[in-house]
Write a protein that binds this ligand. Structure first.
Ligand code: SF4
Length: 512
């Protein structure tokens, strides 16, 4: 959700006439989009604010928004009086006006609404990817998991109308997007606000009718609300991908009860069975917390047992630690940190063993990879490219057939900006689809070092190529689009070097 919000913040600033800061340039404005779910979020925010103080003296404006801002409110300005703007989770749309007011009045501005007035999806966006997009279907959450701060900071669930969502997806597809991920804290309760309990399954089926939309994903579902009509919609809609991120949190019924998670391990495992019966190639991933207050050795063994049975393709594992403001923070029987650590290490080892075994089953299989930018940190060194298979597994692949046995692909064959390589074959570009063969598996990824079987150039690849070829909109090379002064802002952008945002893990666990 934070990644989606960051795209909206960048779009808002674009529309207000701000320009992305060029690499190496000190920006005029820095916006922190904070996440209170992450460990020690406040400590890291104040640390980052402290680091910016010297530049602040040269006229920089600093804004802080997101969940942590909603939680800390004006305390941020008290602790860091050099901050110019603090705004709440429902006030994102006000950011440009608040920055302007702080500049004109030369005093800090703060704004916090208790309810959402403008759905973030109605705001302009600067999307990070021309081929893949987030689409919010709801915001907020009606659950009350005792470890989670989201409901108190994001409010009750608000659902977008299906027509608005589908209209946004059609517009994205017209821009070249091939893949959308439907986004909500609990996508399975989508429709509760307008009285249609089966709205999510119907939405998936409607996505299946959008021509040009090749991949549909969603996050996060909730085991309590996950119903068979959704499984049917997944199985019967060709562009809904065979992947499911189903947060478990604990394999112990006692701990699930203490977490106020309204399902039990048997129900969870039964859902996985039903999904696999209808979608045999489904890759199922999860979130697990260890060391929740009161978790006994037996509770933890129950979690390990469930992990053995569930055959997860991947898991985000978390050590429980106190999140101020949550009910669990006030529970006695907090588990000692050394015990949490020991359990965590055992869980991670088991998850790695399990996911490695699951991935190894795919050796020799043919996979269809949507080529992505930024998925393979070592791609430059290994001369591979990377992307996601239909089941969302990460695949690092050799893009050409020229690899000598055991050696790297010749440097000249590695595509950098798309187009046609020296041997005349079209090099895959981010956004293109590569069909290839898995040659090796690791716990977290697949390798495909055989010659690709096919490269399909797509509209998304064209869109990526056009974006890559466009001149940078940075201040040094283009005027601002509005009458506002040409100021640069540090916002999420395609360049990894652009500072400075909190709360943007590469694959954020999004609650539920
Ligand atoms: Fe809602 Fe998910 Fe947080 Fe539970 S963990 S309260 S379902 S956002």
């Amino acid at each position: 959700m934070n990644a989606h919000d960051s795209e909206r913040l960048a779009g808002l600033l674009d529309e207000a006439g701000y320009l992305p800061a060029a690499e190496g340039e000190t920006p005029d404005v820095v916006v922190f989009n904070t996440c209170a779910v992450r460990e020690n979020a406040a400590g890291r925010l104040y640390g980052n604010l402290g680091h910016l103080l010297p530049q602040k003296k040269q006229g920089m404006q600093i804004a802080v928004g997101g969940c942590l801002a909603q939680m800390e409110r004006t305390k941020i300005i008290q602790r860091a009086p050099w901050v110019d703007v603090v705004y709440g989770t429902h006030n994102m749309a006000s950011l440009p006006a608040l920055l302007e007011r702080a500049r004109v009045r030369n005093e800090a501005q703060a704004e916090f609404a208790e309810t959402l007035e403008t759905f973030p999806s109605l705001l302009p966006a600067r999307r990070r990817s021309p081929y893949s997009a987030w689409v919010a279907i709801s915001v907020g959450c009606n659950n009350t998991c005792t470890f989670c701060i989201v409901p108190s900071l994001r409010g009750k669930e608000r659902d977008r109308r299906p027509g608005d969502i589908l209209g946004e997806i059609r517009a994205l597809v017209a821009d070249g997007v091939l893949e959308v991920t439907l986004l909500g804290q609990n996508v399975n309760s989508y429709g509760a606000e307008f009285g249609d309990r089966k709205a999510f399954g119907a939405l998936l089926r409607s996505c299946g009718e959008i021509e040009g939309l090749e991949r549909v994903r969603f996050t996060s579902p909730h085991p309590r609300d996950f119903t068979d009509d959704v499984i049917d919609a997944m199985a019967e809609t060709a562009n809904v991908m065979p992947s499911l991120h189903m947060p478990l949190q604990s394999g112990s019924d006692a701990v699930l009860k203490a977490m106020r998670r309204a399902y039990r391990r048997d129900r969870y495992l039964a859902i996985l069975d039903r999904v696999r019966a209808r979608i045999p190639d489904a890759a199922i991933t999860t979130d697990i917390i260890v060391g929740f207050p009161g978790e006994t050795d037996q509770d933890f063994e129950d979690t390990l047992d469930l992990v053995c049975r569930a055959q997860f393709a991947g898991a985000f594992t978390f050590r429980y630690s106190i999140r101020p403001g949550t009910p669990a923070a006030a529970m006695d029987s907090q588990v000692p940190a050394s015990v949490v650590q020991e359990r965590y290490e055992r869980l991670v080892a088991l998850v790695e063993e399990t996911t490695h075994a699951e991935n190894q089953k795919l050796t020799g299989a043919t996979v269809e990879v949507l080529v992505a930018e930024g998925e393979g940190r070592k791609d430059a060194a290994t001369h591979r490219m990377s992307g996601r298979a239909r089941d969302n597994r990460l695949v690092h692949f050799t893009p050409r057939s020229a690899a000598p046995p055991g050696g790297p692909v010749p440097q000249a064959d590695v595509p950098r900006s798309g187009g046609t390589g020296p041997r005349g074959a079209a090099a895959p570009r981010p956004g293109d689809i590569v069909t290839t063969t898995v040659t090796r598996a690791a716990p977290h990824y697949l390798l495909a070092d055989a010659a690709p079987l096919a490269v399909r150039r797509t509209r998304a690849g064209d869109a990526w190529e056009a974006t890559a070829a466009a001149p940078s909109p940075a201040r040094s090379s283009a005027p601002a689009r509005s009458s506002a002064p040409a100021r640069s802002a540090a916002v999420p952008a395609r360049s990894a070097a652009v500072p400075v945002l909190l709360g943007l893990p590469a694959r954020p666990p999004s609650g539920s």
